[in-house]
Design a protein around this ligand. Structure first.
Ligand code: C5P
Length: 221
């Protein structure tokens, strides 16, 4: 039995990587299977929420009862989130968004040249979707994720404050990509709470409970 802790809540989730094309056949991306974001979408739906999932390119099935929209680039993910965000109470940014894109995507496949001259690219910054949502005047309850290659204790709280979100979930293990289990810590103004290592399905259920406990009580508004 699972209590419907998110009954009546509308949840928007980003998941997976983004893909930024260089030319029609190549691009840059981030390592992310989308498993954690999809597990959270499933757990939130099972907890009674109305869930909209905006997914980068992943090879995963849509969880039952979840409305899914597929995107490729960070800009597309940003636009899809901004379209949907006014209708949501909770925003969970799980996607591993590529920080940069090339300023000009080549219309044709970039050819190798006879003199073996390497191509060069100029990168521009992608929008920070989570920070943009957190800045909105009527921002939903925002939850961020962070994967660092080290020193999460320091960077987790710094990142939470920088992104201006009440809750940031930090991946503790360096090897979370594509795995079925994960170990995380919750960073919030009151301090850091480490959760035990668990498979992503169990962890998603725990996180949904942790998020639900921290929501402003709408019955008091
Ligand atoms: O700064 P960093 O990429 O480590 O921040 C991670 C958090 O910010 C994640 O919740 C991620 O989904 C979100 N993010 C975003 N848009 C970006 C970069 C990160 O929403 N362009």
């Amino acid at each position: 039995f699972q209590p419907k802790v998110l009954a009546g809540r509308r949840v928007l989730i980003t998941a997976g990587p983004t893909f930024e094309p260089l030319d029609p056949v190549r691009g840059i991306t981030n390592r992310s299977s989308g498993k954690m974001g999809f597990a959270l979408a499933r757990a939130a739906q099972q907890a009674g929420a109305d869930v909209r999932l905006i997914a980068g390119p992943v090879a995963l099935e849509t969880p039952w009862g979840v409305y899914r929209e597929d995107v490729q680039t960070a800009q597309q993910m940003h636009d899809a989130v901004m379209q949907a965000v006014a209708d949501c109470d909770i925003f969970i940014a799980v996607a591993a968004v590529a920080d940069w894109r090339v300023d000009h995507v080549s219309e044709h496949k970039i050819k190798k040249t006879a003199d073996r001259k390497m191509p060069s690219f100029t990168f521009v910054e992608n929008p920070d979707i989570l920070a943009a949502v957190a800045k909105l005047p009527h921002a939903p309850f925002c939850v961020g994720f962070a994967a660092e290659s080290g020193d999460l204790d320091v960077h987790g709280e710094e990142k939470r404050v920088r992104k201006n979100v009440p809750l940031l979930i930090g991946n503790l293990g360096p090897q979370t990509f594509g795995r079925d289990d994960n170990e995380v810590a919750l960073f919030e103004a009151g301090g850091v709470t480490k959760l035990p290592r668990a498979d992503k399905t169990t962890l998603a259920q725990t996180l949904v409970g942790e998020i639900a406990r921290r929501l402003p009580d709408t019955s008091l508004i």
